[in-house]
Structures are given as C-alpha cells and as structure tokens.
Design a protein. Structure first.
Ligand code: UDP
Length: 494
C-alpha cells in the first residue's frame, strides 16, 4: 500500500484562499473559509495587515483557519500606503491600479508556498486575481475561482465575449433597448446601463480574468441551485465544473456572528435589536447602498427625504466618505432631520450589521444598491427589495430581482455610475421615485413579492442545512479536490 497516501488521509486537506481586499469580496470569501473549515478543511487565507484585522472577528472561532499577512505593495502603483482596501482609496478610479498592485503579492506567495504544511491541495482565488493561476501552475495545484456574482451575470459576460452583442450595443443609442442573446428570459439592456461593464480598462481586466478562468479547475459560486436554475444550466454548458455553495452569509447562526462581519458596526448591536423589537413585524425599511457606494451628497440627502416621506419606520445607513460626509452632516444638523424622524427612524453613520438587521422580523423592505452579496442576503432573509443599482453587475442583479424573480421594485435608474466621475450625474433618482417604489413594496401590491421572496428564503435555508444542495455541493467539492490533489486538469475554455 502507498504509505504516503495513508499518512495523508490523517491530515486535514489544506486549501489556500486569496480574497480581493474589498468588503464585497473578502466577507463572502471569509464565510466560505468558515464553511470549509466546518467540514474539516484547514485554511490558509492570504491578505494584508489591515484586512487581516477586519476579517479576524469573523473567523476567530475557527481553529482550522490561519491568516497570513503580506504587506500591501501600494508603492508599486503609487498608491497611498494605507490604501489596502477599495474603501480606503481616495477615489474608485484607482481600482485598476489597486488590482495591478495586488499582483505584486504573487512572488511573496511563491516564497511562502513551500513552507505551508501540509502542502495546499488547491488555491481558491477571488475572480479578480488572475495572477494566482501562476502560483497554481508553479506548484501543480488546481485553481478554483470564487465568484460572489450571479450565474445570470456570468452568462451575460460569456455572451458579451462570444457573440456580436458588444458591437451591437456600441452601435446603438444610449437608451435603445437591445435583447441579450441566448438568455433563458427575454431581457433587454441599454448602452447607458452598460457603460461600466464596457469600459476598456475593465474589459481588459475581464479578459485577463477569463484567461485565468479558462486554465482553472472550476467555479465556486455564492448562489444556490434553486435560485437561478435555468441560468446555471446555461452556464454549465460553457463551464464544466460549477459548485453553488451559498448563500454563504447563512453560515452565521447567532447574533454575534451576524453582527461581526466586516467592519466594527457604528451602532451597538443590542441597541439596534431593541429598536427593531419595538417595531411592528415587516414594517421597517432598511436602506443601505453597500460598502463602496459612490453617490453624491445631494443624492444621499434625496434618499433621506424619501425615507421621511414614506411615513414608515426606517434604518438609514449613511456610508461616510471624505467627499460627502461634511455636506451630509451639515444638512442633517441644519434641517434637524434626526429630530424630525426620531420616533420612527434610525440613522447609522458608517458600518451597519446588515445581516443581523435583515434577519429581524420587523424588517419589511430593503432599499439596496443590488450588490450581489446584498441581493442574496435580502433573498435569504425573505425581504422584498427596492432596487437602486449603481455600477458593475448591479444593473443585472436589478433585472434578476425585478424581472425574473419578481421580488422587487425599481427606483428607475437609467444610467450606470462610472468610478471617479460620479459627480457627472449628481442627483439621479428623485425623492418621489424612491418613495413610490418603497410604497409599492410595503403596500398590498408588495404582498405577492413578499410571498415569492419568502419561498426563496426557505429554499436558501434548506440548501445550507445538512443534506441541502449547497451543503452537498460543498462536500462534493472537497472530496473532488482531495482526489485531484496531485493533478491539475485544465478547464474547458469559457
Ligand atoms: N455590509 C455590511 N454593512 C454595511 C455595508 C455593507 O454588513 O454597512 C456588507 C453586506 O452585508 C455585504 C457586503 O458588505 O455582505 C457588501 O457587498 P455587496 O456585494 O452587497 O456590495 P459592495 O459593497 O461590494 O458594493
């Protein structure tokens, strides 16, 4: 008998994880780490010192997880030394430079890899780190790509690469509706909704990602089999190995776990829960636009006015940035906003414990920017959504929420924001548009949406339980990687 094999079987399998340093990427990746470790996998997660501090609270209960810190090579792209995360960049137009700087972590990791014990049997890389394929090749381990995106969007991106859709949309006017080819549902988009996706800088990065993906072993997705089955089926025609293992945020079972994801919350979790306990079931609107939202101060104010005009209890999360904070704070003080809404509104300046809030029975509607994590967190909490996409895949997530799943109402955004030039749009969505969408979701009209999203929430929860589809997919993934540990199979081109 091969003694090395029998020896190996007593050691836990060891996976190496590379998150992108942005909350919408590193939180779900840390949750994936937690799920893998609960299934007996040893995890080494590579990140930078500031991000390690942020991830640590989420992983502190998991003895099989170690975080290795590598200093962020900010100087390689003339970024400020403390710019270790998308949310600490002075402007989002620096993201391409930031991503290029991450590639300088490659040689450090190559030095580190031989010291890891037991030898990692795979690399799980964030989608936006194509350079991790070099490490996989060098050490002959499979690379798996983690996508916290929908199959719906990935299928669109595959179509953009493989059909003449890109040329068609470039030749169209800004507002002309063009049908997406080879899509299970009749979905149309305009050029204005795609200006972010069609930006040459991101298209080039996307090409590099696709190249690395085509040499990778498979995709791990923060989605679940019952959510978008027809899109998953189509995606699997282009890519052989796809494991849906989400919604990963459901790995957080108790209040503390739900509250300690990401940054330290700007509101005391107990105070927040007590406030929600005092509200009627399904009466509260939770409004939050993600971890890197780039709306202007006048647009933030418009949202506050809409929440006030809704006459419903609400929690309003205001992301604080250097460019908006002063103007918004002055407005809050001058108009005595908090005084006016004190009986039914809670303003959170900074980080909110989103999953904890969404899972409270008092929450009845979610005003969201449709980031994929927020979308799937809203779905798993059974909360209908008011959709306000800002950039990237968010326009597509809105279409999925409103047109395919029919669990939300749009505020009517017509144009995608571009990173670094948000001011060109100013106030895009008026108070009345937001208020009307809230009214639809919270009134009788929203009942059917509520019923549908509750059904999806039940399917999501069942998927994550012992024997559920995501739970089984995760187990199958671990088993397959353990068997493949010594041979890297190139993935079919995607
Ligand atoms: N999040 C949070 N509190 C906040 C802002 C964001 O917990 O105040 C979490 C949210 O639950 C989600 C992630 O940060 O898991 C944001 O990811 P998403 O894809 O929704 O949007 P992004 O921030 O990447 O635009």
């Amino acid at each position: 008998m091969a003694s090395s094999k029998s020896k190996q079987s007593f050691l836990p399998p060891h996976f190496l994880l590379f998150p992108v340093m942005a909350q919408g990427h590193q939180i779900p990746m840390a949750e994936l780490a937690k799920l893998l470790s609960q299934n007996g996998v040893k995890i080494t997660l590579i990140t930078t010192p500031q991000n390690a501090t942020r991830i640590q609270p989420l992983l502190s209960q998991s003895p099989l997880i170690q975080i290795i810190q590598i200093p962020f090579p900010a100087h390689q792209q003339n970024l400020l030394q403390n710019s270790e995360n998308f949310d600490s960049l002075p402007s989002l137009h620096l993201v391409p430079q930031f991503l290029t700087a991450t590639s300088f972590l490659c040689s450090e990791t190559e030095h580190l890899f031989p010291q890891l014990s037991p030898k990692p049997c795979c690399i799980i890389s964030d989608m936006a780190l194509p350079w991790t394929i070099q490490i996989a090749h060098k050490f002959n381990v499979p690379r798996l790509v983690f996508y916290s995106l929908s199959a719906f969007y990935l299928l669109f991106m595959a179509n953009l690469r493989d059909t003449d859709f890109g040329e068609k949309i470039m030749a169209a006017s800004d507002s002309e509706l063009i049908s997406i080819p080879n899509f299970p549902d009749p979905i149309q988009v305009t050029k204005s909704q795609l200006i972010f996706t069609l930006d040459p800088v991101f298209l080039e990065w996307g090409n590099q990602m696709a190249k690395a993906d085509s040499a990778s072993y498979g995709f791990i997705m923060n989605s679940f089999d019952g959510l978008e089955p027809t899109y998953l089926e189509e995606l699997k025609k282009a890519i052989d190995k796809v494991w849906c293992i989400g919604p990963v945020s459901l790995c957080n079972k108790d209040t503390k776990d739900k509250a300690r994801r990401g940054n330290k919350a700007a509101i005391d979790e107990q105070e927040c829960m007590e406030w929600l306990d005092r509200q009627e079931p399904e009466s509260v609107i939770y409004a939050a636009l993600g971890s890197i939202c780039n709306v202007t101060a006048p647009q933030i104010i418009e949202l506050g006015l809409a929440l006030e005009a809704s006459n419903k209890p609400f929690i309003w999360v205001i992301r604080q940035t250097k460019s908006t904070e002063k103007e918004v704070e002055n407005w809050l003080a001058e108009t005595e906003f908090e005084q006016r809404i004190k009986d039914r509104g809670l303003v959170v300046r900074g980080w909110a414990p989103q999953v904890l809030i969404l899972s409270h029975p008092a929450v009845g509607g979610f005003v969201t920017h449709c980031g994929w994590n927020s979308t799937i967190e809203g779905i798993s909490s059974g909360v209908p959504m008011v959709t306000w996409p800002l950039f990237a895949d968010q326009m597509f997530n809105e279409k999925m929420i409103v047109e395919v799943l029919r669990i939300g109402v749009s505020v009517g955004v017509e144009k995608c924001l571009r990173w670094g030039v948000e001011e060109e749009i100013g106030v895009q969505v008026k108070k009345e548009g937001i208020r009307d969408a809230i009214e639809k979701v919270m009134s009788g009209e929203g009942e059917e949406m509520r019923r549908r999203v509750r059904e999806l929430a039940a399917i999501a929860k069942a998927a994550m339980e012992e024997g559920g589809s995501s739970h089984l997919n995760l187990k199958l993934l671990i088993e397959e990687i353990m068997h493949q540990a010594d041979s890297v199979q190139p993935q079919k081109t995607f």
